[in-house]
Design a protein around this ligand. Structure first.
Ligand SMILES: Nc1ncnc2c1ncn2[C@@H]1O[C@H](COP(=O)(O)OP(=O)(O)OP(=O)(O)O)[C@@H](O)[C@H]1O
Ligand SMILES: [Mg+2]
Length: 366
């Protein structure tokens, strides 16, 4: 290699798009002995004002202490330390996010700390924007599916309301004809009261199922109760499409779960079965929910009378935003959201390709 002059190395380091600096650590805190051009930009201090100074002359006390601690760690371990991202208040400027390698350097028997820093503020901003955008899309999708669900709920409540309306008509006809006998009235009032209770049950379950559970831990919950709550909010819709619902779960079975999240997963799976069966011409339309015991938990099997799902669709079932439904009907988040909800509860959710009828399986611990 031809001889390389000092000025060449100097220009070379100055042209790097990374801040490079060096501190003499004969004693702590280290004294700056080198500061390249990019360091001026990244940290906001001129080279001429740096040399001979320490971090304590330039940065806030806590920051300077943190730098010194990392420097000493590096020098004592003799190994390079990588600081993935750290916020730093630049001179007269807003906070910057920096990524730094600290390298132990021994030259002429003297200990130095070599620092290489990249300003990743813009990159982090971009990542944050992308994350926000994804959150927004997910939120939009949730709202759309909430809108769809609201349609279903309206149906659930409209049916019993129509029943009450029928009884009111009966009562007013009877009253017009002066036929209001106390006994007949009692029967009608009982029926009305039952129907009102049915609506109350639907709205109560709905309130439970829409609770925010992001801060909740798993605990032992009665499985049948959760399944019944989900039935409350969708059984009318199944009935009016002639889809039968069978549940075979013993009342004593308990699983480790988050009550609301598990209910939301059942709703998603039941809605999917409902949509699939509504499209089918076959006469036999049913959904069954039943259990199989596993070594330390249960398999909850949600099976519908569909004949399974095409292989090329199965591969994408759990992808976010994958849907085969027409625009405005499906958002494609039901299954991906359900999968992550179940995994958060230490379980698994998957499609069973071995089954003759369409089967989704939830595994949870007991
Ligand atoms: N039981 C089922 N039978 C047949 N196909 C199903 C069944 N469950 C899901 N699928 C298919 O999987 C796709 C994705 O389901 P997913 O629940 O994620 O979204 P979606 O139902 O289309 O929309 P969303 O649930 O967000 O309203 C569905 O569009 C459908 O093609
Ligand atoms: Mg769905």
């Amino acid at each position: 290699m031809p001889e390389v002059h000092n000025y060449f190395i100097h220009d070379l380091l100055d042209s790097l798009p990374l801040a490079v600096f060096c501190k003499d650590y004969s004693t702590a805190p280290g004294v700056f002995v080198y500061w390249n051009k990019s360091s001026e930009e990244v940290f906001g201090f001129e080279r001429s004002s740096i040399i001979g100074k320490t971090d304590f002359d330039l940065f806030a006390k806590e920051e300077a202490e943190f730098f010194m601690q990392k420097d000493l760690e590096t020098i004592e371990s003799g190994k390079t330390i990588f600081i993935e991202s750290e916020p730093i208040s630049r001179a007269n400027d807003v906070l910057r996010i920096l990524r730094t390698w600290k390298v132990p350097l021994v030259s002429n028997n003297k200990k130095y700390l070599l620092g290489i820093t990249q300003d990743i503020t813009e990159q982090k901003d971009l990542e944050k924007k992308l994350e926000d955008e994804q959150q927004r899309r997910l939120q939009d999708a949730k709202l759309i599916s909430l809108g769809e669900m609201a349609g279903g709920i309206a149906h659930e409540i409209n049916n019993p309301l129509a029943v009450i309306n029928g009884y009111i008509n009966n009562l007013s006809k009877m009253s017009g004809k002066k036929l209001l006998e106390p006994q007949k009235m009692d029967v009608i009032l009982d029926k009305m009261s039952d129907t009102v209770q049915r609506i109350t049950k639907i709205t109560t379950s709905l309130r439970i199922l829409s609770r925010d559970e992001s801060q909740v831990e798993c605990k032992s919950e009665n499985l049948l109760t959760i399944v019944q709550e989900t039935m409350d909010v969708c059984s009318n819709r199944f009935k009016s499409n002639n889809i039968e619902l069978f549940v075979d779960i013993s009342p004593e079975v308990k699983v480790q779960c988050m009550h609301v999240s598990l209910g939301q997963v059942f709703i998603n799976l039941l809605n999917n079965a409902h949509d699939a069966l509504s499209e089918l011409d076959q006469r036999e339309k049913w959904v069954k929910i039943f259990l199989k015991n596993t070594k330390n938990g249960v398999k909850i099997i949600i099976e519908d009378s569909g004949k399974g799902i095409e292989k090329k669709i199965v591969e994408k079932l759990f992808d976010p935003f994958f849907t085969t439904k027409e625009v405005g009907k499906g958002t494609g988040i039901g299954l991906s959201l359900s999968k992550s909800l179940i995994e958060k509860q230490g379980g698994r959710l998957y499609y069973n390709p071995e089954s003759e009828n369409t089967q989704f399986i939830i595994e949870l611990k007991k």
